[in-house]
Design a protein. Structure first.
Length: 599
């Protein structure tokens, strides 16, 4: 070795090396301490506010006596989701959802609950079929078999109702890990599977869907979220069952490539064509779980916002109304503006809800705001729209300002919805939670978590689930969530899908002097989905968008329940139909009102 190589280190070099060594030792100590603390704590806390800074606790906040009672069993909504032992695979832990719709046209809301027939790869179990519960005046009858919508061969994820063929009867679309189903409503209480004939039987792993007439041709189109390219075989079962894996690769979405989404353009003859790539909304790099089709910038054209898991969310702006908004064939195009608008959320996004909350900050702009549920340690998100004089739209993260962040840091959020729980004219939020982390005592069981009921205090939200009744104070492996006034008493009830469990039907028993206005829109699906409904009561405006609040793998009843507070009537009800046109009613009293589309 040369003298040059044997020369001792300079003082500066020694300081650098000692500094690097100290840094490495420090990082090792911090990592070890973090792991030791995590091993000793329980992340699926029954009290999600434990450990939160005192200034964010709401124990001393006065709120109305909101109450719910689980009446699923007594009302006839009885089933068990996914029979058999859990197989430690991602599709099993991800599902399922439920959907409200009036399939028999009798004026009340029926419930379709999605399931899957046992562990992935096992022989189908008849007990795991999907269920259609017909509402017979507040009690339900299981009419699955006679309706023909059991889908025993399908591994169910989500569902939604829409009259895609314009015959006046709502049809049913079901997403699966495997071929999706489109059940056409015959109008006599039965359905026929037209998936293959219609061209919408995608055999990818599909999750959430959104309906809307994106090209304004008078026909309702369908956007389908595909998650990952999950191939299941014997090797997956073997590795997932090995004790050496505390979290097997079969539960990690990063282990699998993303799958492109579909935009099915309605051709008007009972068939669809996939134009997602041509329109620019195929989202090939996103692991998509939910999407909404809604006019986010107020230009009259339906945009698409997509929730992606462990990949960046997308906001596709519809430029069909602009001079260069289509290609040579007339195909309407979209442009991704998520980065420019502040909505390129990179977290694990599951549930998605849409409403106007601008009054909470004194900044109402009449445009949709976005609520998104996330994975553990990521907090849920509330993006408030901000419209500039130029027409440009951006979003501001109001999560912590509205006190929605810290409370949700220990939970995994799924289905969600904007509802007025106490009919005071301010929108509240309901969230279904359920961890995808496995129990420390039994790795074949997931960790149960509490529901959230966020009551709108005016300038912030207060989490009140623990005081809203025994069922709301429990913990569940919840996934889908869908709201409806199923019993017709003027307030909003909540259905929750429980992974490997029994569904909840939470009847709203809140006693309040406040009244409500239930708005039902009638017309072709292309005019309904994305329609903007505005209610004026005193100096307060309430705005909703038909079909835009998509929850997770679920569909709320297409009836908008507006709280009137202490007012006996709304001064004005305005419906701006998707695709153009407006209907206006004056001095609308409490109760139920139907608004018909008048082209």
């Amino acid at each position: 070795m040369s003298a040059r190589e044997r020369r001792p280190l300079s003082r500066r070099q020694r300081r650098i090396r000692l500094s690097l060594l100290a840094t490495l030792v420090g990082l090792g100590g911090l990592t070890g301490a973090a792991l030791w603390i995590e091993a000793g704590r329980e992340t699926d806390l029954a009290d999600p506010t434990a450990g939160i800074t005192a200034s964010f606790r709401d124990d001393d906040v006065e709120h109305p006596p909101i109450r719910f009672l689980d009446v699923a069993r007594s009302a006839g909504v009885t089933m068990r989701h996914g029979p058999g032992a859990r197989g430690r695979t991602l599709p099993e832990d991800t599902g399922s959802g439920l959907a409200w719709g009036d399939f028999d046209g009798d004026g009340d809301w029926d419930l379709y609950a999605v399931s899957f027939p046992g562990p992935l790869g096992a022989a189908p179990d008849e007990a795991g079929k999907n269920r259609l519960f017909r509402n017979d005046g507040g009690r339900f009858t299981d009419v699955t078999d006679e309706a023909g919508v059991a889908d025993v061969e399908g591994f169910g994820m989500g569902a939604s109702f829409a009259d895609y063929d314009g015959d006046g009867a709502v049809d049913l679309y079901v997403t699966n890990h495997g071929p999706n189903r489109l059940y056409r409503n015959r109008g006599d209480g039965t359905f026929e599977d037209v998936s293959a004939r219609a061209g919408v039987d995608d055999d990818s792993w599909s999750c959430g869907v959104a309906w809307g007439d994106y090209d304004r041709d008078g026909l309702v189109d369908l956007y389908v979220c595909n998650y990952v390219d999950y191939e299941h075989d014997a090797s997956v079962d073997q590795l997932a069952s090995m004790g050496d894996f505390s979290v097997p690769f079969s539960l990690n979405p990063n282990s699998f490539d993303p799958a492109p989404n579909r935009l099915y353009r309605n051709l008007g003859d009972g068939t669809f064509e996939d134009v997602a790539e041509a329109a620019g909304v195929d989202n090939p790099d996103g692991r998509s779980l939910a999407a909404t089709m809604c006019d986010l910038d107020g230009d009259g054209w339906l945009d698409v916002y997509v929730n992606n898991d462990v990949s960046t969310n997308r906001l596709y702006r519809n430029v069909g109304g602009e001079r260069d908004g289509g290609d040579a064939s007339g195909q309407v195009r979209f442009v991704d503006i998520a980065l420019h608008t502040g909505t390129a959320d990179p977290r694990g996004s599951m549930g998605l809800s849409v409403a106007e909350l601008g009054a909470m900050s004194g900044e109402p702009d009449g445009l949709p705001d976005l609520f998104i549920t996330h994975w553990v340690a990521q907090e849920n998100a509330l993006y408030a729209s901000l419209r500039f004089a130029t027409g440009r739209v951006e979003y501001r993260d109001r999560t912590r300002r509205y006190r929605l962040g810290e409370t949700s840091i220990d939970t995994v959020g799924w289905g969600c919805g904007f509802v007025d729980l106490d009919l005071d004219g301010r929108l509240d939020i309901v969230v279904a939670n359920g961890s995808t982390l496995e129990s420390k005592e039994d790795r074949l069981q997931l960790r149960a978590e509490p529901l959230f009921l966020f009551w709108n205090e005016g300038s912030r939200f207060v989490e009140i689930a623990r005081s809203a009744g025994e069922a709301c104070g429990g913990t569940y492996w919840a996934r889908g969530l869908a709201t409806a006034d199923y019993d017709g008493d003027g307030d909003v009830d909540v259905a929750v899908a429980v992974n490997r469990g029994h569904p909840l039907l939470l009847r709203n028993d809140t006693e309040t002097p406040n009244g409500s206005l239930r708005v039902v829109l009638r017309g072709p699906a292309a005019a309904l989905f994305g329609a903007r409904v505005e209610l004026s009561v005193g100096d307060r405006r309430q705005v909703r968008w038909y079909g835009a609040d998509v929850s997770y793998l679920s569909m709320h009843a297409p009836e908008m329940v507006f709280g009137l507070g202490g007012s006996p009537a709304a001064e004005q009800l305005t419906v701006r139909w998707a695709g153009g046109g407006e209907s206006r009613l004056e001095n609308v009293g409490a109760g139920r009102v139907e608004v018909n589309h008048d082209p």
